[in-house]
Structures are given as structure tokens and as C-alpha cells.
Design a protein around this ligand. Structure first.
Ligand SMILES: Cc1ncc(COP(=O)(O)O)c(C=O)c1O
Length: 387
């Protein structure tokens, strides 16, 4: 018998209702999509401002591709760094109010670069228990001691930091938690970092574009600026395209350029994507109407949905998790909704802790009141049927 018995392993996942299956989309990202050949109303994407299919961005991308070609041909430090990448970095720095930024192909890669370049063996990384997988993996990659602190528990973190004698300390957190939708206590985390001469890595994948003045993100939302903060913003969610950036002091960003392995050892993203992103940032900056509409949709959902068996988490952001509990029941509810043409993804372990399987309902500025009401009605029916 081989040590690699995938059939057995897959069977075991199937038995625990943990087998994942992809649905195939045949339409652009948006609320009304064609999935597995059927029209459905989707509440799953991170396209919070409804920009993923914006014609202006598509047009900019196509024009740039015709002018500059598609591939960058090499990594940034060899010959792949195009003028458009440089312009995007400048635009992102100006928009976010950061001294300098560096762009990456994905948020996952940005997090890998940051943590592995800032912490090494012997250092200590303090990581929120509900951080995104990319931060968890990045902490492991750094080989630093990892201290997981209970979710948003500043007192527990203070204790852990006080007990650590590591020469360099890094606190790492999602700004808006990807599966819970709540917002990290950034000011208090920063205070602790100042007390302990630590750096604070803020992963604002779900706040950038949505929170703060003109969508500048969670730091703007709280009015916080500090040279101790390493800011990560992703560009495949609210900005509607792909990629990510890291921002901070000029020297910090230069250090990442020199040492960030997922920046150095990978082909630079296609330059036309950078052009598309510059257009996307303009739309984000002038997207107050979209943000106001999104906020209204969230309020409508939260004030109209009434559940007794399931629990809607206390989230003010576009991520509205409905905790169902068991894997089985979560899958059943997601299937029931799907049969009615509504798509809200079932999220199970290991993405979320065991026993807290949920529907991760996410809203976009492209949703209408009628879309939200359809979802609420279907959830009310599904909950009555589950009793
Ligand atoms: C909090 C958080 N950080 C990082 C990422 C990774 O970003 P990307 O999808 O651009 O790799 C995600 C989601 O994908 C996320 O939710």
C-alpha cells in the first residue's frame, strides 16, 4: 500500500462533508451570473464596489494590452518592471497616503514577502487567531516563534508581548476579518507595538476601497498613521482587478524590494493590469455613491433578517456571516438556496473553526434592494424548514 492513498483521503473528506467543489461561471462577476449553466443571484464575491466588470477598466486593459503587449517577460528586478508598474506604485502611495508602495501579483504573495522579510528565526510574530491563511503561512515561512493570540484580544496580546524577550516583534492582523467581517482594534494594537518597539502588519484586503475617506481603507477609517505600520492592500477585491500592494516608509519598502522573495523570484504581473488598476483606483476614489449604496444594502439586510436557529455575526462590513454550526446543515442550507437560484457559499473548516460553519454572505454595490429582499425571504424559509 502506498503512503499516498489519495482515494482514502478524499473519501475521508467526503464523509466529513469537507470535500470542496468548484462551480463554473460563464458570465462576468456580478450579482446576476450564470453558474453551472443556470442563472443565479450571487452573494459570494469580494467585488464590494461592483467594479470587476466595469467597462472603463476593461477598456483600459484592452487598450494597454494592444499598446504594450500582455506579458512582462521577467521578474521586476531583471527586466519585467514596466513604466506602468512604476506609475501604479506612485498612484497607490498617493491614494493611500503612504510614503512608498510595492506591488505584488496577489495578496497571498504580498503577505509572504512582508512577514518573511521582517521576521526571522529568533524573532516573535504575534498573530490573531482568525487571521487569513496567507498570514498564517507567511508566519510559518519566517521561522520566527509564532504566538497566536485570541481573536482581537488586546489584553492577551499585551501579556504575550510582555513575556517575550525576542529581539524583534511583529504583530500581524487582518484589518477586516475575511470570514467574520469584524474590524481589528488597530489603534490599541498600534499602542502595544509602540510600547514594545514592534511593527504592525495590517492586511486590509477587505477594508481597502470600502472603508475610510474615498475608500482609502481601514487606517483612514480610524485616522491612524504610523511608521510602525506595514500596510497590505489587495487589488482583486474592491478594486475589481487583481494583485496587491504593500505600503509604508521609504526604507521599509526598499527593504521589501531587496528581500521580499515573492517579489523577487516571480514574473512581474502583465503591465496592462497595472494600467487597469490605475483606472480602478480612480473609480475607487470617486466611488462614494457606490460605498453609500453598499452601506444601505448592509443595513437593510441586518435590520430585516430575523433568525433564531442561526446567528448573524456582529459585522458592519460587506461580509455578513450567518453561523449555522455543523458542516452538514451548512451545506444543506447552501444547497436549498442554490435550488432557489441564490448563491451564498458554505464555509467550513479548516477555513473557519470546527463547529462554526457558516454562509459567508457578501454584498456588493451592484446588489439592489430587491436582490437583498430575495435573499432574506429565502433564508427565512430555509430556517423555518430546518426547525
Ligand atoms: C485577509 C486576506 N488577505 C489576503 C488575501 C489574499 O489576497 P489575494 O486573493 O489577492 O491573494 C485574502 C483573500 O484572498 C484575504 O481575505
Amino acid at each position: 500500500m502506498s503512503a499516498f492513498d489519495f482515494e482514502l483521503e478524499l473519501d475521508s473528506l467526503r464523509e466529513k462533508s469537507l470535500l470542496r467543489r468548484r462551480k463554473i461561471a460563464d458570465s462576468a462577476c456580478g450579482p446576476e451570473v450564470i453558474v453551472d449553466g443556470k442563472p443565479v443571484l450571487a452573494f459570494c464575491s469580494n467585488d464590494y464596489l461592483g467594479l470587476a466588470a466595469a467597462p472603463e477598466i476593461a477598456e483600459t486593459l484592452a487598450t494597454a494590452a494592444r499598446k504594450h503587449g500582455v506579458g512582462s517577460g521577467a521578474s521586476h528586478l531583471i527586466s519585467g518592471h514596466h513604466r506602468l508598474h512604476e506609475q501604479l506604485e506612485t498612484r497607490l502611495a498617493e491614494f493611500s497616503g503612504l510614503a512608498r508602495t510595492l506591488t505584488f501579483s496577489t495578496g497571498y504573495m504580498a503577505n509572504m514577502a512582508v512577514i518573511a522579510a521582517l521576521a526571522r528565526r529568533g524573532d516573535a510574530v504575534f498573530s490573531d487567531a482568525l487571521n487569513h491563511a496567507s498570514l498564517i503561512d507567511a508566519c510559518r515561512l519566517s521561522r520566527a516563534e509564532i504566538h497566536k493570540y485570541p481573536h482581537c484580544d488586546v489584553a492577551a496580546l499585551a501579556n504575550q508581548m510582555a513575556q517575550s524577550s525576542a529581539p524583534r516583534k511583529l504583530v500581524v492582523t487582518d484589518a477586516v476579518f475575511s470570514m467574520d467581517g469584524d474590524i481589528a482594534p488597530v489603534a490599541k494594537l498600534l499602542e502595544l507595538c509602540e510600547r514594545h518597539d514592534a511593527m504592525l502588519v495590517i492586511d486590509d484586503a477587505h477594508g481597502f476601497g470600502v472603508l475610510g475617506d474615498d475608500g482609502r481603507g481601514t487606517l483612514s477609517h480610524f485616522g491612524i498613521e504610523s511608521p510602525r505600520i506595514v500596510y497590505v492592500g489587495t487589488l482583486g477585491k474592491s478594486a475589481g482587478v487583481a494583485g496587491a500592494f504593500v505600503g509604508g516608509s521609504t526604507n521599509l519598502v526598499e527593504w521589501l524590494l531587496q528581500k521580499g522573495r515573492t517579489y523577487i523570484f516571480t514574473t512581474a504581473a502583465p503591465p496592462p493590469l497595472a494600467a487597469a488598476l490605475i483606472k480602478a483606483i480612480d473609480l475607487v476614489e470617486h466611488g462614494d455613491q457606490r460605498r453609500t449604496h453598499l452601506q444601505r444594502i448592509i443595513e437593510r439586510f441586518r435590520t430585516t433578517l430575523h433568525t433564531s436557529r442561526w446567528q448573524l455575526l456582529d459585522s458592519q462590513t460587506a461580509i455578513q456571516p450567518l453561523i449555522i454550526g455543523s458542516n452538514d446543515e451548512t451545506l444543506r442550507v447552501a444547497d436549498t438556496l442554490m435550488n432557489e437560484g441564490l448563491w451564498a457559499p458554505a464555509i467550513r473548516p479548516p477555513t473557519v473553526p470546527a463547529g462554526s460553519s457558516r454562509l459567508r454572505i457578501s454584498f456588493s454595490a451592484a446588489h439592489t434592494d430587491a436582490h437583498v429582499d430575495r435573499l432574506i425571504d429565502a433564508l427565512h424559509r430555509a430556517e423555518s424548514a430546518a426547525h
